[in-house]
Write a protein that binds this ligand. Structure first.
Ligand SMILES: *[C@@H]1O[C@H](CO)[C@@H](O)[C@H](O)[C@H]1NC(C)=O
Length: 151
C-alpha cells in the first residue's frame, strides 16, 4: 500500500491545487478534473478499507475482516500482563512462526496489503504484505482527514 497511499495523497493535494487554480489536467482528448482525481483517491481509500475483491480491510481493527497476523513485534508477542517474564531478543521466534492470530491489536495500522494476485497471505513472514509501516500509514492519515471532513 505504500505507493497507493502516497500517490493517492498526491492526487488529492493536486486535485485541491487544480480546484483552486480552476484548472484540469489535459490528457489527450480527455481531461482529468479535480473531481476525478479526488474520486480516484477516494476509491483507493475505500479499497484499503474493504471495498476490494477479498472484502477485506487492510486496517487492523476496521471492519469485520482485517489482518490477524501482522508483522509487528508488539502485536505478535504476548503482553507483559499475559507474560510477565522477560522474552529475550531472539526468543520471539515461536510467536513469529505461530499460526495463531496476534494477541494484541495495533488498532488503525494499515499493512502492506495484497500481493500481485490480489491475494493476502495474512502471515507474519510475508512482511511485504503484513507489515504496517510509517510510510504506508502517514500519507493515509492525510487522506482520511480530508475524506472525514468532506465525505
Ligand atoms: C499471493 O498470495 C497467495 C495467498 O497466500 C498465494 O497463494 C500466491 O502464491 C501469492 N502470489 C504471488 C504472486 O506471490
Amino acid at each position: 500500500m505504500q505507493h497507493v497511499t502516497s500517490l493517492s495523497f498526491l492526487l488529492l493535494a493536486y486535485s485541491n491545487y487544480l480546484s483552486h487554480a480552476n484548472k484540469a489536467v489535459p490528457c489527450g482528448e480527455r481531461s482529468a478534473s479535480p473531481a476525478l482525481l479526488k474520486q480516484l483517491a477516494k476509491r483507493q481509500v475505500n479499497y484499503i478499507l474493504g471495498d476490494n475483491p477479498l472484502g477485506m480491510s487492510y486496517m487492523v481493527g476496521y471492519g469485520s475482516r482485517f489482518p490477524q497476523r501482522i508483522h509487528h513485534r508488539g502485536s505478535s508477542l504476548p503482553s507483559v500482563a499475559a507474560h510477565p517474564a522477560r522474552i529475550g531478543c531472539k526468543a520471539g521466534s515461536r510467536y513469529y512462526v505461530s499460526p495463531n492470530p496476534n494477541p494484541n491489536l495495533l488498532l488503525g495500522a494499515v499493512v502492506g496489503g495484497p500481493n500481485v494476485s490480489d491475494a493476502f497471505p495474512d502471515s507474519r513472514p510475508y512482511f511485504q504484505e503484513s507489515e504496517p509501516t510509517t510510510y504506508i500509514n502517514a500519507p493515509l492519515v492525510g487522506l482520511l482527514a480530508f475524506f472525514s471532513a468532506h465525505p
